[in-house]
Ligand binder design. Structure first.
Ligand code: ADP
Ligand code: MG
Length: 236
């Protein structure tokens, strides 16, 4: 689904992402973890195309998109959900999603966009809230709406940057169930998360970053038992 080869991003003298290589397989739920400042968000920005890499390449479904802007990547199936959710407050959930469907994937005909919105409302459990103004949603519903908005762009690969932030543990586990449903619907998921119970519950495979580099890769159990990973977390 996604192949990163030596992806690198410098900010002045700082190498925020340092020759990162890994592959995400189709249908996988893949986690990127690591201490604060490890380079996780920068890596996600390189994948979504917000930043251009100083070195390295990126392939999505076998297509080299290293030089492509975000909208081209979106067109090829890359979707992204954000930690800070900013819906149009006065618009209903359904209207917010329609905007996402029409503008997240430009060129989508209205009838198709409307059909996608109804599908996503069902999948995300937001159908009962479809006519509710966004500003009346709870935090957990906000998170559902943000995932739903990203799904309305019809992604093959969904990038999530700490979307569970601020949720209580029980709510985070509800969001975990939703991400599992999203995968079951055929979407591959790459997520950054600092809540370890979420990583343990969701990730098929985990990459651990520290100081811009990949220091471990494997199942949650494998990386959790890795001395280098333990050291990276204790050292901060
Ligand atoms: P993480 O998401 O793992 O906490 P980030 O990717 O946000 O880490 O940051 C990695 C490093 O790059 C940090 O040292 C951070 O200060 C630096 N950094 C991130 N974004 C910028 C930027 N736009 N300009 C300069 N330095 C940045
Ligand atoms: Mg970050």
């Amino acid at each position: 689904m996604l192949k990163l080869n030596r992806l690198t991003k410098r900010f002045g003298g700082l190498v925020a992402v340092n020759e990162v290589s890994f592959e995400v397989r189709q249908g996988e739920i893949f986690a990127v973890i690591g201490p604060n400042g490890a380079g996780k968000s920068t890596l996600l920005n390189l994948i979504s195309g917000l930043f251009a890499p100083d070195l390295g390449t990126l392939e999505l479904l076998g297509k080299d998109l290293t030089q492509s802007p975000p909208e081209v990547r979106a067109w090829h199936g890359l979707g992204r959900a954000f930690q800070i959710v900013q819906p149009f407050a006065e618009m209903s959930v359904r209207e917010n999603l329609l905007v996402g469907a029409l503008f997240g994937k430009p060129g989508t005909p209205m009838a198709k966009a409307k059909a996608v919105v109804e599908e996503v409302l069902e999948l995300t459990g937001l159908a009962p809230k479809a006519d509710t103004p966004a500003h009346e949603l709870t935090l957990l519903e906000d998170k559902r709406l943000e995932l739903a908005r990203a799904l309305c762009t019809q992604p093959r690969l969904l990038l999530l940057d700490e979307v569970m932030a601020g949720l209580r543990p029980a709510e985070a586990m509800e969001a975990v169930e939703l991400v599992k449903k999203i995968r079951a619907s055929g979407v591959t998921v790459l997520f950054i998360e600092h809540l370890m119970p979420v990583v343990r519950a969701l990730a098929d495979r985990v990459v651990v970053m520290d100081y811009g580099q990949v220091i471990a890769e494997g199942t949650y159990a494998e990386v959790a038992a890795n001395p280098r990973v333990r050291e990276a977390y204790l050292g901060r």
